[in-house]
Design a protein around this ligand. Structure first.
Ligand SMILES: [Zn+2]
Ligand SMILES: [Zn+2]
Length: 306
């Protein structure tokens, strides 16, 4: 089961040559999600050979322009390409107003249905769910209403391996084996979980931007396989980060360590930093498994089996 995050934009509010504001293409098997949709996201999708037509769910963290100014262009292009599948957008209520006014004045006739799902400020919500994953929103602390998202893989049930079915199982035995427990029969026979497929530990990806350092997010991101956390500034600008509703590389690393995640991606870099190596130098002593977001870079979340 493919689970992969591709960075389409790594910078904060203003683009730089080769650095774009926030957007990420998240793929779980055949389900494609877009997290944020900054200016020129559709160009980035083309550049990195992703298919915009495969995206059925777009999640917008908050209504600062560097997180959604590319949405209107993308929606318009999908219509010009004659999309017919429903497209779901998850965002705070203001975005529905912005879209409605724009469509009214541009007389856009969409070829596909657009369904808007409101994210309610300061709440935790399950936004989307299918039989493989769910996407949960949780509140961040920023200058306006802002949410992080976590993609959670559902637990897959163990299945019996037919070739190994040498004995008849009772239903309670099957249930116990599916839960990973060996069964001891009265005659001393041990039924082992070997009769079943391997157990996969459910994987999780957490996306946190924009936000100040806040431990209130720990319950949502705890033990995630991969965490994206904004790091707009370096440590010498901690006060300014707090004032503008952002975090530093050191703070992102502290959060990753406290949440006991497996890997951390830093992003949303201020354009004042042309060299990003100091972000790694600051974060890695605290959380060694730290990486820099970079346009076109993909992070695969591999299954762990036990
Ligand atoms: Zn931002
Ligand atoms: Zn913002």
């Amino acid at each position: 089961m493919t689970f992969e995050v591709t960075i389409l934009g790594s910078t904060a509010a203003v683009p730089l040559y080769n650095r774009h504001p926030t957007a990420q293409f998240v793929q779980y098997e055949n389900t494609c999600l877009l997290f944020d949709c900054a200016e020129a996201t559709q160009i980035q999708i083309l550049k990195y050979k992703k298919k915009a037509s495969k995206i059925d769910h777009i999640f917008i963290s908050h209504l600062h322009g560097d997180h959604y100014f590319g949405l209107l262009g993308l929606l318009s292009s999908l219509s010009l390409q004659k999309r017919t599948d429903i497209l779901h957008i998850y965002a705070h209520a203001g975005l529905a107003e912005i879209l409605t006014v724009t469509f009214r004045h541009s007389h856009m006739n969409f070829t596909y249905p657009l369904e808007f799902h409101e994210i309610v400020p300061e709440t935790e919500q399950v936004l989307f769910e299918n039989d493989q994953i769910l996407v949960r929103a949780f509140p961040l602390r920023h200058r306006i209403a802002c949410h992080g998202f976590v993609v959670e893989e559902k637990q897959r049930q163990r299945k019996l391996i037919k070739e190994k079915m040498l004995v008849d199982f009772t239903i309670p035995e099957i249930l116990a084996l599916k839960n990973g427990e060996n069964v001891l029969r009265e005659d001393g026979t041990v039924l082992s979980v070997e009769y079943f497929t391997q157990h996969f530990e459910p994987r999780r990806y957490a996306f946190c931007t924009d936000t100040v350092y806040t431990e209130s997010i720990l319950p949502y991101i705890s033990h995630a396989n991969l965490l994206y956390h904004e790091a707009t500034f370096l440590d010498d600008m901690t006060d300014y980060a707090l004032m503008t509703g952002h975090s530093t590389a050191r703070q992102a690393a502290e959060i990753a360590k406290k949440a006991q995640v497996k890997r951390l991606i830093l992003g949303h870099f201020s354009i004042r930093y042309l060299n990003l190596e100091p972000f790694l130098s600051e974060a890695r002593p605290i959380f060694p498994e730290t990486y820099l977001a970079s346009e076109g870079l993909s992070f695969e979340i591999k299954p762990s089996v036990w």
